[in-house]
Write a protein that binds this ligand. Structure first.
Ligand code: SAH
Length: 257
């Protein structure tokens, strides 16, 4: 039997945001290795599997990556169906790419299964459209956290005209604010900070670039949270296209054509 590992996204938390393919992989799994950010409610789909917690939360006690690699390899070589279950999407700040490469180099078949990444889910749960015609023509997903102290090109981000979705940013609010201001982003740019997106205890804090650090402190914002920065993050974004005087005939055409 060929050794195989599924690298599966568990989505942001709400178990209903799991994909059907993730459910199929979980049903087939003999071993499931889960990260901290995975909502354990999704384990209802694999009641007989052996579940191993291999969390790696920033700054906390964590399982070394090399150990996780070896454990996946060992079970896969025993011919067991292994599911590596990660919060959100496995390839958005999830090491999915690294783990897939490491396993493939050792002859293990790997199948990646998308999950809904926290940034997309958080925005949608707060009625924020990350792209919006005439307001934001793109989205940039970025992490504020680096292992090697390398610097992001904040000026380029500040001037990109895209909505910024920042992961792992709670401990870096001061730096994010300063760098974006220095990079030329207007102080009044709307910011939404969304904690525990899609879970029953989700909380959201609306602010702007200048005030985000103070507002997050008053709000006691905690990880996991994502930051959405850009005009679309305003409670009711001004929309130049909606304000245009559109003839009724044109509207009819859009509605019916
Ligand atoms: N692979 C994951 C991201 C892992 S990095 C994904 O695609 O979502 C961990 C970061 O993701 C956290 O620090 C936080 O910024 C974000 N995150 C994960 N789950 C979250 C949630 N339910 N609500 C808000 N942010 C979340």
């Amino acid at each position: 039997m060929n050794a195989k590992v599924w690298l599966v996204g568990a989505g942001p938390g709400d178990p209903e945001l799991l994909t059907l393919k993730a459910v199929r992989a979980l049903r087939e799994a003999a071993v499931v290795m889960i990260d901290d950010l995975v909502n354990v409610a999704v384990l209802e789909h694999c009641p007989t599997a052996r579940v191993i917690a291999v969390g790696k939360r920033g700054g906390c006690r964590s399982t070394p990556q090399a150990f996780i690699h070896r454990l996946m390899l060992r079970y896969a070589r025993q011919g067991l169906c292994v599911v590596r279950l990660k919060g959100g999407d496995p390839c958005i700040f999830g090491r999915g790419g690294e783990e897939a490469q490491w396993l493939r180099e050792r002859g293990v078949e790997v199948e990646l299964v998308n999950g809904i990444t926290a940034g997309l889910a958080g925005a949608t749960q707060c009625d924020i459209s990350l792209t919006l015609r005439g307001v934001a023509r793109g989205v940039t997903l970025v992490t504020a956290h680096t292992q090697d102290d390398s610097q992001l090109n904040w000026q380029a981000l500040a001037q990109s005209g895209t909505t910024l979705v920042i992961y792992m940013g709670v401990a870096k609010l001061s730096e994010i604010r300063e760098q974006l201001l220095a990079g030329g982003m207007p102080a009044r740019t709307p910011v939404a900070m969304i904690e525990n997106a899609s879970l029953p205890h989700q909380r959201e804090c609306r602010s702007d670039l200048a005030a985000m650090e103070d507002d997050a402190r008053d709000f006691e914002l905690k990880s996991p949270a994502i930051l959405v920065i850009g005009a679309v993050a305003a409670a009711a974004p001004a929309h130049p296209l909606w304000e245009r005087d559109v003839p009724a005939s044109a509207t009819d055409q859009w509605t019916h054509g």
